[in-house]
Design a protein around this ligand. Sequence first.
Ligand code: NAD
Length: 292
Amino acid sequence: TATIIDGKAHAASLRAAIAGHVPAFRAATGRAPGLAVVLVGEDPASAVYVRSKGRATREAGMESVEHRLPADTDTATLLALVADLNADPAIDGILVQLPLPRQVDAQAVLLAIDPDKDVDGFHPVNAGRLATGMPGFVPCTPLGCVMLLKSVHGSLSGLDAVVIGRSNIVGKPMAQLLIAESCTVTVAHSRTRDLPARIRAADIVVAAVGIPALVKGDWIKPGATVIDVGINRTETGLVGDVDFAEAMAVAGAITPVPGGVGPMTIACLLRNTYVSACRREGVAAAPVDTAS
Ligand code: NAD
């Protein structure tokens, strides 16, 4: 049976490592790294995410500034807030919680964020930096996935990887990161022919689809590492995109849902905020690129 990859434990050690580095940053600069989180409207899931991001930021010794705006906020108001945050020297990271209400031009808002404060890594400038190997910000969820993969394999060089899903937030940056780690990468999506055959050839499977238990156990190559990004609410609770019980019998290592990728996402947000603060202040960041 597969080894369960304990994302909660990896995330806790990454968060502790960052918390351990913040005092030196404070001593060098006279301030804490600062993250601004913008929440528009009352979406309950978004409110939960924003609360846990704020709590984790403060627990790491960093400053969390939360801006809650009413559901009927217009694009101009949001753009003005983003401009203020871009200009605020105490703010190192700006995160606008998605989804935004319909009347807001979400793309205009994301484009307005200073790429050097874009700790979510969603700005096209950061997508381009990732694609061309320049330093920037990498989206938190795929960054966390790579850390978990390295915790299993050490080097990923030469391994065959399949990424299922091609979103800008998970699938595409995941593929770029795996290319940078010298994997041979296949990106599968809703139009892929014979998905099981693609997955059977892979040493690494990253599932980021949003369909409960889409990936069956007999699609998985024996001993493969399976990273399940999916978060699906079902009658039986939260499940991933992989049939966990079936995959356990075949895979070499697998992330559970919950307790796998999810906790790493917030830890990587703290990591990006700390790194941003160091870059902006010109102090050397302690190495926090891996969860080990
Ligand atoms: P998305 O809806 O933007 O993208 C889904 C992708 O799946 C698309 O590219 C689509 O082509 C592909 N797809 C759809 N049906 C398919 C099929 N039958 N076979 C193969 N591919 C198919 O979703 P997203 O934002 O990338 O998120 C994916 C999942 O990851 C969701 O369940 C989401 O909740 C979860 N998620 C988790 C975290 C976390 O922190 N753990 C973060 C972000 C997203």
